[in-house]
Design a protein around this ligand. Structure first.
Ligand code: B12
Ligand code: SF4
Ligand code: SF4
Length: 367
């Protein structure tokens, strides 16, 4: 149903009703496949101090982009002048067919790819839908100032979504929603429209510390604080060179990202599977054999990860990660043969991880 304000001329004659517009934004967001939308102002208060503290401790490791932008990340109008409100949205990504991850983590011959990366990359898809949402708003209001983001610029996405009432930042530093858990992505529209703002929700972590206790590498160094340099997500995705040796045995068979702190979180009992076919697992990545993945040539890697977030790390990091997992796998002739087939790989990083992995399998069965 459309009302009279969908006509731009009408919009110019009288000021748009911001309360009604905010309600419509929620409806349109759901029609576009987002599970929720919320609106916040741009005062990020203590989040800026937390961010600076995190950076000053070097917790960002080699993610130089986290430091590069100064206050652009914590002060929205510096990134997009004129911004006074932020519309935050969330989209569920857990595929129904994703299988039993806890069981997979115990199968050392198989690799575990983080649940968010089993299907197509979310960035472009969510950005396009946010653009559509902005166009729908424009039809009501006439031209307005805006810019859309999905993990694409210096934006404090979780802090903004928390302010907009989409959930609370849990002790594992992910945003959690009481009704939906934490298996969702975030996106935003920065805007100059004086929309009414939503109320934040209460933090429901209470005395729980399950995520801190379960983290395989003790990367959650204090509640709400992740030392990325220890986080398996960082080690397998963001870090380009050599993975610190002392952390390799702790990575188990996690070859791309890590979900452990979310798997253990009680609020994820309430998570619903995604309705997006785009996030359905591709190429058997929900339970892949490590040896098979290790045999992918660069060409096969590029072909099979087309449209997937995994492609971004490149073939060399892919082999590096799988070499670590093979080093942690149960010893067998097949594992040693697979590792040896890459012992002379052109990349020094791959060779070094393969050598480490081979040393974890003092084999008699090759004799
Ligand atoms: C850098 C980054 C990472 C880094 C660093 C993680 C981190 N915690 O910051 C690495 C590579 C490790 C990473 C991993 C993952 N990431 Co990431 N990542 C980002 C990115 C680009 C920036 C996050 C950021 O600003 N970090 C800066 C630090 C300072 O923020 P923070 O740790 O969250 O701290 C905040 C609060 O905890 C609080 N705070 C900090 N210290 C303290 C102390 C006290 C006492 C208190 C009360 C509060 C407090 O204030 C801080 C500022 O708001 C965002 C996208 C974006 N542009 O926002 C995605 C994003 C956060 N990642 C996302 C995802 C999905 C993941 C993974 C789950 C992927 C995976 N499965 O492997 C993991 C989860 C790891 C984890 N436990 O955090 C999603 C999270 C969605 C959600 N539901 O929350 C985001 C929002 C991307 C998206 N658009 O959907 N990520
Ligand atoms: S993603 Fe994994 S390694 Fe990183 S904080 Fe969570 S449990 Fe720890
Ligand atoms: S596991 Fe517990 S402490 Fe960690 S985020 Fe979930 S509720 Fe909070």
């Amino acid at each position: 149903m459309q009302d009279k304000l969908t006509n731009n001329e009408g919009a110019q004659q009288r000021p748009p009703d911001m309360v009604g517009l905010a309600q419509r934004i929620r409806i349109w967001s759901r029609e576009l496949g987002f599970q929720q939308a919320g609106i916040s102002d741009i005062e990020l208060g203590e989040h800026e101090a937390h961010l600076n503290n995190w950076l000053s401790k070097g917790f960002h490791g080699e993610m130089e982009y986290m430091q590069r932008h100064g206050t652009l990340r914590s002060r929205p109008p510096e990134l997009h002048p004129g911004t006074i409100r932020v519309i935050s949205v969330r989209m569920d990504y857990l595929p129904e067919s994703a299988g039993d991850v806890e069981a997979l983590l115990k199968e050392s011959s198989k690799g575990v790819v983080s649940r968010y990366a089993l299907g197509r990359d979310y960035h472009k898809m969510m950005r396009k839908r946010l653009q559509k949402l902005a166009k729908q708003i424009e039809q009501q209001t006439g031209p307005f100032g805006y810019r859309v983001f999905v993990d694409s610029a210096p934006v404090l996405e979780k802090a903004l979504a928390e302010k907009a009432g989409l959930g609370w930042i849990g002790k594992h530093a992910n945003l959690i929603n009481k009704q939906a858990g934490s298996w969702f992505f975030l996106g935003e529209i920065y805007t100059d429209l004086p929309l009414p703002i939503d109320e934040p929700v209460k933090n429901h972590c209470g005395d729980c510390s399950k995520c801190i206790d379960i983290c395989p590498t003790q990367a959650i160094v204090a509640p709400y604080t992740v030392d990325a340099r220890r986080c398996i997500s960082y080690l397998t995705i963001e870090l380009h060179g050599s993975i610190p040796e002392e952390l390799r045995p702790l990575m188990g068979n996690r070859i791309y990202g890590c979900d452990d702190c979310q798997l253990v979180c009680p609020w994820n009992r309430f998570a619903s599977p995604t309705e997006e076919m785009d996030f359905a697992p591709r190429h058997g990545l929900d339970a892949p054999e490590l040896i098979e993945l290790f045999q992918w040539s660069e060409e096969q890697f590029l072909k099979r990860t087309e449209g997937s977030p995994i492609r971004r790390i490149g073939h060399q990091s892919w082999l590096r990660n799988i070499a670590v997992a093979l080093g942690n796998a149960a010893t067998s002739e097949a594992v040693v043969d697979a590792l040896q087939s890459r012992a002379h790989h052109e990349s020094g990083v791959v060779r070094e991880h393969v050598e480490w992995a081979l040393n974890r399998h003092p084999m008699d069965c090759t004799e």
